[in-house]
Write a protein that binds this ligand. Sequence first.
Ligand code: CU
Length: 482
Amino acid sequence: MKKTSKMPLKLKAVFCIFFAMLLFTSCKKAEESTDYTAIVTDGEKEAELTAPPMVPKPVGNRPAMKLKVNMEIKEQEGTMTDGVKYTYWTFGGTVPGSFIRTRVGDEVEFHLKNHPDNKLPHNIDLHAVTGPGGGATSSLVAPGHEKVFSFKVINPGLYVYHCATAPVGMHIANGMYGLILVEPEGGLPPVDKEYYVMQGDFYTQGEYGAKGLQPFDMNKAVKETPDYVVFNGKVGSLTNGGELTAKVGETVRLFVGNGGPNLVSSFHVIGEIFDNVHVEGGSMVNKNVQTTLIPAGGASIVDFKVETPGNFIIVDHSIFRAFNKGALGILKVEGPENKKVYSGTIQEGIYLPEGGTIQKMPNSTAAKTAIPKRTVTEKIKIGKEIFGTTCFACHQSEGQGIPSTFPPLAKSDYLNADPKRAIKTILHGLSGEVTVNGKKYNNVMPSQNLSDDEIANVMTYIYNSWGNNKTDVTPEMVKAQR
Ligand code: CU
């Protein structure tokens, strides 16, 4: 006979009541300790505010206190992308606005100042506020005036703030949004690097890349068809010198917001997995996430450890927004390679699907005998096919490129000036600013996984098409640049 617990029924009941009481009292304690409305603040100081992509120092173990926030609204002209100007309306002179970092239980005395040179009244709705309009009803301020109101932050999390003056959509579309963090008691777990990234969609009367000062287009905003979808207020804010940086082995936390006004972001970092995601910026932590959804007027806190060096590309994975509308940034990680985590290409060979054997070749040392001698005409024929599968999506069928996004290959001064540089671009990829035929391009071209022979063929095709200089690129030339 199997032995089971033989505790008398009476004793069981006593134990149950005992545990229930224990549970009840501990719940009550937890409840009491999260009643942040009751906290008496200890001391007073002016809040540190930072421009993106930086964030203020963590709160650590400090007690709740009175924090004075001085926020100045500025309407000012800025750059959307090369040659394109836009009149931004800002909290603190940047898009997104200054980052505010608080601790649960803090009492925030908010001073909202509308610069006398501004043309319009504004206010602020902070999603961290418990009160009418999130503060908007108490903060409408005319140019040359200041409004003060105060609130207690009683829910930890990452919150969006924005202007809520009519027409609300237009004020947000012009850049009037930012983030306020309410850290839990004791602060968030420490990490090595913290950054502030916020997405927004912009609506201009000209198409993407149309030059000059571009006015806001209400019609496109209502239809929700933005010309620009960007991080931190402009195309290229996090590339070309603005890259976020970290070293191999460090932990990185991104405070990510979405100002909208319309689009929902599918936030993703190419080649990384978020170890922890504070879902929607709240207290629930999800683990091992590839892409996290950030609603318009919402936020998310993500963190991850960087194990290998390289450029990790930050995107909205609604991917045309990344490559055609600007929602693209770079996290540049430097440090030693970690071949156990990521090997790089370790082998390259010829694949014969018709039952033939696979001839393996170690990387970068493709056997010379494997590459037949080809005439220029043969190379052009093979190269055209490779172009049609690998290159045409960005550079287009006649090598014309896509205006303001991908440079042309036709009559390209960049190509014709230096075939070695062009070979390197295909082999190793290219990111950052390049000037082609007098126009600047700032995008990311990934390195292409092609053999020396394939690169020689496709480049010979390109050089012998669309008015280029008829260079005959050989596999040996390619090998020399590997
Ligand atoms: Cu406003």
